[in-house]
Every structure is written in structure tokens, then in C-alpha cells.
Design a protein around this ligand. Structure first.
Ligand SMILES: NC(=O)c1ccc[n+]([C@@H]2O[C@H](COP(=O)([O-])OP(=O)(O)OC[C@H]3O[C@@H](n4cnc5c(N)ncnc54)[C@H](OP(=O)(O)O)[C@@H]3O)[C@@H](O)[C@H]2O)c1
Length: 167
């Protein structure tokens, strides 16, 4: 199984505040939708609640310690990463996107062979952060700059990084 992390983070690694995104970036959300459509997504329970509804056209695997939650159409509540991996295999997947939040990025960072990072060109205060990591272990294979405009609070840069030891 291969895993990709997808994240939007500020220059000081903030990804969220009060269980919400700290910016409005329509361009990045479009990229997120295009990239993940038809795929499987792994997320924490808080991120699932923050999104507020199942993401259409994708399967969501939601980590939670709560055993009372019932699966919905295309939404699977799982109590461990191993349980998710087993379910992905049963369903015939060989890849999934890890989509956050902070706790899940930190715990699953070492599983990722690809990072799809949107660097949001701002420094701000927040209560959820992306973990620090060593850039020298990663090779940048794609790079795309987008300006600040009416639909995007800040300029942003999308980067795709591949873990060098997997090249
Ligand atoms: N900028 C971005 O790209 C981006 C992306 C995603 C999220 N976010 C932001 O990140 C913030 C949320 O991050 P967060 O760290 O607070 O929460 P989170 O990682 O989304 O969810 C944490 C919850 O996931 C469950 N969980 C995690 N690991 C588990 C495990 N191994 N076994 C069982 N359950 C597990 C637990 O749920 P229970 O408490 O139910 O047990 C835990 O409380 C929000 O502000 C959100 O907007 C930003």
C-alpha cells in the first residue's frame, strides 16, 4: 500500500484554527478535489467533523476511538491504522491519501512516500500544525505558483515531493 499526504500549510506550519481552515483558498480546494476524486482518504475524526459531510466520489476512512459510530455510504469509522489498511486491501486499493489533521499527519508521516503540499504565503496563529520534516529526504518533482486574488486570501505554491529512498 502506498500513501500520499496532502496538506495546505502556512509558512509557519499552521494548518487549522478552532477546527477550521484559517483561510479561504478556492484554487487549492479545486486542486484537492481534482487530485483526490475517485480515491480513498484517511482522516481524523476532528477533520471529518470539520468538513461536515462525506466528500463526494471518494471513500473516507475516519480514525476514531469511538466504537459507537456507524459506517455510512462511503464512510468507514476505524479504530486503528491497521484496520484501515486491511479494509483498503479488501476493497482492492493500493494507494490512499492522508488528508489530516494535525494528529493524523504527525502519526502517519513516516508512512507517506509522497507529499502534496500547498505552501500558503502567510504566517499566522493557529492551534493545529503540520510536523517539521527534513526537506533533504525529499525530491521536488512538481511546482506551481498561484497568486492572491478575489477567490484566494493569499498567494500559494503547490509542491509535490517524493521520498528519495523510494526513487
Ligand atoms: N490545512 C489542511 O490541509 C488541513 C487538513 C486537515 C485538517 N486540517 C485542520 O486540522 C485540525 C484538526 O486536526 P486535529 O489534530 O485537531 O484532529 P484530527 O487529526 O483531524 O483528528 C484527531 C482525532 O482522530 C482520532 N484518531 C487519531 N488517531 C487515532 C488512532 N490511531 N486511533 C483512533 N483514533 C484516532 C481521534 O478521534 P476520537 O477523539 O474520536 O477518538 C482524535 O481525537 C482542524 O483545524 C482542521 O481544519 C487542516
Amino acid at each position: 500500500m502506498k500513501y500520499s499526504i496532502i496538506v495546505a500549510k502556512s509558512l509557519n506550519n499552521v494548518i487549522g484554527v478552532n477546527n477550521q481552515l484559517p483561510w479561504r483558498l478556492k484554487g487549492d480546494l479545486k486542486q484537492f478535489k481534482k487530485t483526490t476524486m475517485g480515491h480513498s482518504l484517511i482522516m481524523g475524526r476532528k477533520t471529518f467533523e470539520s468538513i461536515g459531510k462525506p466528500l463526494k466520489g471518494r471513500k473516507s476512512f475516519v480514525l476514531t476511538s469511538n466504537t459507537e459510530l456507524e459506517d455510512q455510504e462511503n464512510v468507514y469509522f476505524c479504530q486503528s491504522f491497521d484496520q484501515i489498511e486491511k479494509k483498503l486491501e479488501e476493497l482492492g486499493y493500493d494507494h490512499a491519501f492522508i488528508i489530516g489533521g494535525a494528529q493524523v499527519y504527525k502519526d502517519l508521516f513516516d508512512k507517506a512516500v509522497r507529499l502534496m503540499i500547498t505552501d500558503v504565503h502567510v504566517e499566522l496563529e493557529g492551534d493545529a500544525h503540520f510536523p517539521e520534516f527534513d526537506m533533504s529526504n525529499w525530491k521536488c518533482t512538481e511546482f506551481f505558483d498561484a497568486p492572491q486574488d478575489a477567490d484566494n486570501d493569499h498567494a500559494w505554491t503547490r509542491k509535490v515531493l517524493i521520498r528519495k529512498e523510494t526513487l
